[in-house]
Design a protein around this ligand. Structure first.
Ligand code: CA
Length: 377
């Protein structure tokens, strides 16, 4: 079996209602879907995180000419060859995100060719379903933010979620008021995590962390910029809240720093950005060796959800014991037609859990009508 063609689908959709966080406001959603076609007629799907115009051009103009004619079962070799060919220009960022999208499509193809789900090729599943937490609780252009957040949090509980993550990073006073509003709304029995999207320096993050410590926070995500490893260490040393980060980091080489310095308690590579399934499996092994929990960052279409579900199925519990700490899956609840419309059978949590897809490859069917409806070209 040989790769005969690689297509990219750059997609965009305007949002009905914009939403904001500590960095900017979202007015539209976008996605870049990779389609790898073989001479045997099989099609594999992947997704790249980040600016779709850039990742799409990288796959189409730089990677495609080097992979057409190759055997998709050489996925690990293809990864190393492409990384090495372009490492002078991009050890992080869109080059690696584009490589991730291509790599995921090759794993989908391998699974389809053999008639087995991707998680079996990755070493087998510890679980057939995984608990999900709701990512949401962004700003909306409405009055009375604490009341709006409390209402949304109650909706997540009603939908069956037993854990959720809210945005912070708006300054000490607002963060404490918003976190209190959400904790008061959901009560003590629901897990609550916070995410500052690297809005702070270390001393501000420590002050905010101390202010929200009384509200039983599951983890404090991206307190400081991703480049500031020493800042992560200072925040982690100062707070009792577990510290999470890694969605802006790439490849085993990038995660080597974060892990070997024990800068985080929880590492969050994005499979569609950090290097695809080939690389994230290696990063997960490194996290295990350093005693750091691995919980993927997930943000994208149904293709991204499926790739991350196959990977999380293969992540061992944080402790192998009678009462193991199981991984938990990030489920974005904000408006995103690519999550809800791109797959013929969308991946939707039931009672706060997601099933690992069981079909061959990623176990998904892409709706070509939805693909063309939102494609920019
Ligand atoms: Ca995040």
């Amino acid at each position: 079996m040989k790769i005969s063609d690689v297509k990219v689908h750059v997609m965009q959709a305007e949002l009905k209602e914009p939403f904001g966080f500590s960095q900017w406001w979202f007015h539209k959603r976008s996605a870049m879907i990779v389609e790898v076609i073989t001479d045997e007629g099989l099609v594999g799907w992947g997704e790249a995180y980040g600016p779709p115009e850039a990742t799409g051009a990288i796959v189409e103009k730089l990677y495609k000419p080097l992979v057409v004619g190759k055997d998709p079962f050489q996925a690990g070799v293809i990864w190393e060859e492409l990384y090495n060919r372009f490492r002078d220009y991009g050890q992080k960022g869109v080059m690696i995100a584009a490589l991730s999208g291509l790599d995921i499509a090759l794993w989908d193809l391998m699974g389809k060719a053999l008639g087995v789900p991707v998680y079996r090729l990755l070493g087998g599943a510890f679980r057939n379903e995984v608990s999900a937490y709701a990512t949401g609780l962004y700003l909306k252009q409405r009055d009375n933010v604490p009341k709006e957040l409390a209402h949304e949090a109650e909706c997540h509980v009603k939908a069956g979620f037993k854990a959720m993550k809210m945005k912070i990073g708006y300054g000490y006073e607002r963060d404490v008021v918003y976190v209190k509003a959400v904790r008061d709304a959901i009560g003590p029995g629901v897990e609550l995590m916070v995410d500052a999207n690297h809005a702070y320096d270390a001393s501000s993050a420590i002050r905010v962390g101390r202010g929200i410590e009384p509200f039983e926070i599951g983890w404090f995500e991206e307190p400081v910029p991703p480049e500031d490893i020493q800042g992560y260490i200072e925040v982690k040393d100062a707070l009792s809240i577990p510290i999470a980060g890694g969605e802006c980091e790439y490849t085993r080489f990038g995660f080597r720093e974060l892990l070997s310095k024990r800068a985080v308690d929880i590492v969050q590579p994005d499979t569609c950005s950090a290097g695809g399934l080939s690389e994230c499996k290696k990063i997960a092994a490194m996290a295990s060796a350093w005693g750091v929990r691995y919980l993927p960052h997930v943000w994208g279409s149904g293709v991204a959800l499926a790739a991350n579900l196959h990977l999380i199925a293969t992540i061992p519990p944080a402790s192998m014991s009678a009462n193991p700490i199981e991984p938990i899956f990030e489920y974005d609840t904000t408006e995103n037609p690519f999550r809800t419309e791109l797959l013929l059978e969308p991946i939707i949590p039931q009672n706060g859990s997601l099933k690992i897809p069981q079909g061959p490859g990623l176990g998904i069917d892409v709706d070509r009508k939805a693909l063309s409806r939102y494609s920019c070209k």
